[in-house]
Design a protein around this ligand. Structure first.
Ligand code: IPE
Ligand code: IPE
Ligand code: MG
Length: 245
């Protein structure tokens, strides 16, 4: 029997290469971030066309604070403007915006913009867009560990009865599904502290294209590549074939 044509339900994206794109053109790094902004929204549109239900976009990592103060300042202000200008259109498209990340250090105005966008779009069902701003996978695991330890002290949780399912409730977004496809532009082949728990069984896809140059056709290529993979989750190929019959 032919293999089912599967659409990844949750795609995580590391939008990388903005700085190099700008450098190649003799422009400041910030011009690369500006050029990359539209690409994400075109991709969200393509995801809706394909029936993808969830997209997680890495916009600013807990490690990105190490960049120059000027670049950090630009990225903070730019995230705020981007949310403000895009949220109504995203709302019309049925996109639910969900912020993942730590409030510590993050500009208050960015937090309020994220919260306003969440409030505006909270009833939408077409696609969930997880905006990962001041997000780090290790920070998420650490924050979960601290919350579990506190609940154990208050006797709200029994350490021996913790399960993968109950641990999930301590993550930033417990309702978030596991990621099916991880996509990273710019040729770097690493996850850079993105979604550690949710990426455990994800199919990884890397492309050399720099993020501002990433087009819908490149996205389709990633989807076709994903569709050729066999996801076994520990089983054998034969078991997968037998289950599909
Ligand atoms: C990704 O592009 C955007 C952010 C990290 C915010 P980069 O800024 O990392 O671009 P490169 O890697 O320097 O080319
Ligand atoms: C990852 O890209 C973070 C974002 C895209 C927001 P980086 O460019 O910061 O990652 P490294 O430092 O090259 O691993
Ligand atoms: Mg980079």
């Amino acid at each position: 029997m032919a293999k089912k044509i599967e659409i990844p339900q949750h795609i995580a994206i590391v939008m990388d290469g903005n700085g190099r794109w700008a450098k190649e053109r003799g422009l400041p790094r910030t011009a690369g971030h500006q050029a990359g902004e539209k690409v994400l929204f075109d991709l969200v549109e393509a995801c809706i066309e394909f029936g993808v239900k969830e997209v997680s976009a890495y916009a600013f990592s807990t490690e990105n604070w190490k960049r120059s103060p000027e670049e950090v300042k630009f990225l903070m202000g730019y995230s705020r403007e981007m949310l403000r200008t895009r949220r109504d259109r995203l709302n019309e498209m049925g996109v639910k915006i969900n912020w993942l990340g730590r409030p510590q250090k993050l500009w208050k105005s960015v937090i309020s913009e994220l919260e306003e966008a969440e409030e505006l779009t909270k009833n939408n069902k077409v696609l969930t867009l997880n905006m990962c701003v001041n997000y780090g996978g290790r920070a998420e695991m650490l924050d979960a560990a601290v919350a579990i330890a506190k609940d154990a002290l208050r006797r709200k949780v029994k350490p021996d009865s913790l399960s993968e399912k109950s641990l999930r409730k301590y993550l930033y977004s417990p309702q978030m599904s596991d990621v099916d496809l991880f996509l990273r532009s710019s040729g770097e082949q690493r996850t850079s502290n993105f979604l550690m728990w949710q990426l455990a069984y994800t199919e990884l896809y890397f492309t050399k294209i720099l993020w501002p140059d990433f087009k819908k056709k490149n996205f389709y290529k990633a989807i076709f590549d994903y569709q050729k993979r066999e996801r076994r989750f520990g089983k054998t190929s034969q078991q997968i074939l037998d289950n599909n019959v």
